[in-house]
Design a protein around this ligand. Structure first.
Ligand code: GDP
Ligand code: MN
Length: 393
């Protein structure tokens, strides 16, 4: 789960990490009032969406009067911001953060994340702040410093000093070390997967400040992170994914046209691979789970069909705990109740597969049956492309 920049900054402040003074607002009038209260002569207005790249897209703008702050807030609020990270559909801006502008001397990149390869928390830092890290990694890999943290002892002072020296903050090694250790503690306490400060800056007065913050919390830890779980912003999530999680279905929207309904996460991944292998593109990942009832299957169809890009649906069931006849009932019921007109390819294997196939046969519905996964993927890709014949990859 992601949280907004202003929320991450509140947490950083609570852990003693300096951020620019500011406040989130929902109206232009409030933006002007906050600017007035903050004082100073320059402010920055920042669109709060769960995506970076806002600066280049006009979502982070400087103002030199409270009236100008209000003007920018008015333009941003309600607008759709398209950045490198939002996808072409963009994100609607519902809140903006008004901050006193910082006077930047140098911009750095600093992030902590859980590295799956080493299975440890890794710190990444660079003196090339503000730019996206993938580009630095590609163009100037030597400008990136990484330190792995041993979970037994935690982040050590000498590691912080090494990073400070490597990014040209050797002079400020002591305050940098204090800061990084606080960030590390926050990361651990809140079960983060990622905490990225890009940029983190040295101001003209020599202060180290987190100017931007992106924080991702491990969904599996939300049960013990009640206060953070409440920060979940449903406006930032795909409504289909929100609905699916309400039905205990594991759904992730993708951008292809073959809708997938599968039991088991591994099989769902394999199904997506098979679709791609046959030249198609999956519209989603969907795991209906082990004991999928006809109701659950019907809900799965409902969610998959909310995606207007879907041209064909592939139901792929390998029943161990499940029963294929039960799934088949669900498919038939959903196809009738929801008056589905798209081609539906069904592959059933495992417990009661024959009984399941008979139910599909006898339904009188125009369901396309498949022998195995390969056959199913080929037929679904062909159906999505409006072809009836199958191409051999
Ligand atoms: P992002 O583009 O979504 O990552 O948004 P950031 O919060 O990182 O802001 C983008 C850029 O705007 C930063 O790299 C800074 O160069 C600039 N910026 C943001 N806040 C300030 C500020 O207070 N003062 C100045 N001078 N520049 C700022
Ligand atoms: Mn940034």
């Amino acid at each position: 789960m992601n949280i907004h920049e202003y929320q991450a900054k509140e947490l950083l402040r609570a852990y003693g990490v300096p951020t620019p003074p500011g406040e989130v607002v929902y109206t232009a009038k409030a933006a002007a009032r906050v600017a007035q209260e903050l004082g100073g002569s320059r402010w920055v207005v920042k669109a709060q969406i769960h995506a970076g790249g806002r600066g280049k897209a006009g979502g982070v703008r400087l103002a030199s009067s409270p009236a100008e702050v209000a003007e920018i807030a008015d333009q941003l609020l309600g607008s759709t911001l398209v950045t490198e990270q939002t996808g072409p559909q963009g994100r609607v801006v519902n809140r903006v953060l008004v901050e006193r502008a910082s006077r930047i001397d140098r911009e750095f990149y600093l992030s902590l994340f859980v590295d799956r390869v080493s299975q440890r928390i890794v710190v990444i830092a660079s003196d090339q702040g503000g730019v996206d890290i993938e580009r630095i990694a590609a163009e100037r890999p030597e400008a990136i410093r990484t330190e792995q943290v041993d979970p037994g002892v935690g982040l050590l002072d000498f590691q912080c000093r090494k990073i400070a020296t490597a990014i040209g903050l050797g002079r400020r090694a002591a305050p940098f070390t204090r800061l990084l250790k606080r960030i590390y503690r926050l990361f651990r306490d809140k079960d983060c997967l990622l905490l990225e400060l890009n940029p983190f800056i040295e101001t003209e007065d020599g202060d180290l400040v987190a100017l931007d913050a992106k924080m991702t919390i491990d969904d599996n830890a939300l049960f013990r992170q009640g206060a953070i779980a409440e920060l979940r912003d449903f406006d930032e999530e795909d409504p289909k994914e929100v609905e699916a999680s309400g039905h205990d279905l594991n759904y992730v929207a993708l951008d292809g046209d073959v809708g997938c309904i599968v039991n088991g996460a591994g099989l769902a991944m394999g199904t997506m691979d098979a679709i791609v292998l046959h030249g198609g593109r999956p519209a989603n990942f969907l795991d209906v789970g082990g004991g999928a009832s006809p109701e659950k299957v019907a809900n799965a169809f409902r969610i998959v069909l909310k995606d207007p890009n879907v041209r064909a649906i592939l139901v792929n069931i390998f029943a161990g705990i499940n029963r294929c006849d039960w799934i088949a009932e669900g498919v038939v019921q959903a196809t009738r109740d929801q008056a589905i007109e798209l081609p539906i390819v069904v592959r059933l294997a495992g417990t009661n597969a024959d009984a399941g196939r008979r139910i599909l046969d006898r339904s009188g519905l125009d369901l396309i049956q498949a022998r195995d996964l390969d056959d199913a993927a080929a037929k679904a890709v062909a159906a999505a492309a409006g072809r009836t014949e199958v191409r051999v990859p």
